[in-house]
Design a protein around this ligand. Sequence first.
Ligand code: I3S
Length: 125
Amino acid sequence: RSIYSESNDKPSEKCGTLNMTKITEHGKKVRKNWTSYWTVLQGSSLLFNKGQGSGTGWFGRDQKLEFSLDLRGGSVDWASKDKSSKKHVLELKTRRGIELLLQSDNDGLDWHKALTETIHTYMWE
Ligand code: I3S
């Protein structure tokens, strides 16, 4: 059952602070660099923003888009223990061969649901 079914929100829209590090780019392992981002899930895109005003709305003032990911054709799951010593870590893979870890200060369940639902929604596009 959709987590959005009881609200008027458009599907796949969520924002919040997440710690993120890429682990693979273009199929190659890259060194971890955990960074905190104001993260926005919008349609099939996941946007990573940095700057002041984090946590004050969809796009806080002075937020700057650092980069975005296309979630279509990607996958998301809880990261296995060997991927990180941190708790509540999600592993996201894109169709273009980027793998990254997302870690939230809460249990991450809301992001797991939202990302899973987005990927499912856009599966055939
Ligand atoms: O998977 P790793 O290599 O144990 O990841 C840790 C390292 O990237 C470490 O940085 P340096 O090795 O560059 O000093 C980070 O500080 C840690 O946060 C990484 O591990 P976690 O388990 O936090 O993802």
